[in-house]
Design a protein around this ligand. Structure first.
Ligand code: AMP
Ligand code: TRP
Length: 337
């Protein structure tokens, strides 16, 4: 039996933080032993919102290096714009998707609101509206069986299935594989500065902990973590303390340390300073090998870039094969120049 195909993509919008790591990237690494995996850094998606040209190119490579540093195998990685067939299939799939489905997407509504914030004169791009069709192309072009994503992506996944179905119906055969979301159990990591919101880059620097922060910065961020907002009635843990326990568990502190601290909490003898110390030191231990690996990669950036260009070119072959088949199926011309 051939291995099942896994495909997922991530936008190069800045540093990888603990939320991204525990919520998505760690699964990318783990899935590699069970499936044939492809992971894309999707720069075509990143230009759907206002952006800075230089930063985009930097962020694209930086994300690639970060993914390599945490254990994603370079042969499984590609950069979307090095496989332009994604955009070509995206165009074709546009013709199999009703506009009304796109204007209804929650992420489109949320992001189009944020485009206009900050008083700068700007506009909502047609690319932002069309984004889920490009996402469908990312998935369908590799005939992926499984797509590991967060719950926030379920609407987009459903649309990808709908587009595949409409296409298959039109050509009268089950050409595209119906992709399934792979929702892996993942902790919900909150901002340590404001545990009522999720850890994310958009809220600003103090709201996320980067995987590649130096230990003193991690200690400082954890030390200043908010612990006393919300309910703190002795029975229900406050969101800030709960978040520290979530991070501790995710960072795989031995179950004994975790259990002992939890017992202390229940007995009312836990000192938050002690909890913070253990969380920070466990995080630092977890992140140190990633940080060292990234330094190694950065020391020979050129080589790493060449590896990713090569893997993108190999992955592209599969995308080109799909495009040829699709063009044949729907009556477009196919000439190999
Ligand atoms: P983003 O680019 O921030 O939307 O996130 C990329 C991936 O990381 C998505 O699959 C999210 O589900 C996941 N993710 C982001 N923030 C968190 C968080 N605070 N907790 C868990 N998962 C997260
Ligand atoms: N839309 C996804 C996000 O915002 C990123 C993405 C683009 C993606 N193409 C994809 C995820 C294909 C899975 C499969 O996180």
């Amino acid at each position: 039996m051939p291995l099942k195909q896994v495909l997922s993509c991530i936008q190069p919008t800045g540093e990888v933080h603990l939320g991204n790591y525990f919520g998505a990237v760690k699964n990318y690494v783990d899935l590699q032993s069970k499936y044939e995996c492809k992971y894309g850094v999707v720069d075509y998606h990143a230009i759907t919102m206002p952006y800075d040209i230089k930063k985009l190119r930097y962020n694209t490579w930086d994300l690639i290096f970060s993914l390599m540093a945490v254990g994603v195998q370079p042969e499984n990685l590609f950069v979307q714009s090095l496989v332009p067939e994604h955009a070509e299939l995206g165009w074709i799939l546009n013709c199999f998707c009703a506009v009304g489905r796109l204007t209804n997407m929650t992420q489109y509504k949320d992001k189009s609101l944020s485009v206009n914030q900050g008083g700068k004169e700007t506009y909502i791009s047609a690319g932002l509206l069309d984004y889920p069709v490009l996402q469908a192309a990312d998935i369908l072009i590799y005939k992926a069986d499984f797509v590991p994503v967060g719950k926030d992506q379920s609407q987009h996944l459903e649309l990808s299935r709908e587009i595949a179905q409409r296409f298959n119906h039109f050509v009268g055969q089950t050409y595209f594989v119906m992709p399934e979301a792979l929702y892996t159990e993942s902790p919900n990591i909150r901002s340590t500065a404001d545990p009522l919101r999720k850890m994310s880059k958009s809220a600003g620097e103090k709201h996320y902990i980067s995987l590649f922060s130096e230990p003193p910065r991690i200690r400082k961020q954890i030390k200043s973590a908010v612990t006393d907002v919300g309910t703190n009635d002795g029975e229900h843990m406050s969101p800030g303390v709960a978040n520290l326990f979530v991070i501790l568990k995710a960072a795989s502190a031995t179950s004994e340390i975790y259990k002992n601290l939890l017992d202390d909490y229940k007995n009312g003898t836990l000192r938050y300073g002690d909890l913070k110390h253990v969380v920070a030191e466990n995080l630092i231990d977890l992140l140190l090998p990633f940080q060292e690996k990234k330094k190694e990669i950065l020391a020979d950036k050129k080589r790493a870039k060449e590896r990713i260009k090569a893997s993108s070119s190999i992955i592209r072959k599969k995308a080109q094969e799909t495009i040829r088949e699709v063009k044949d199926l729907i009556g477009l011309l196919n000439v190999r120049f």
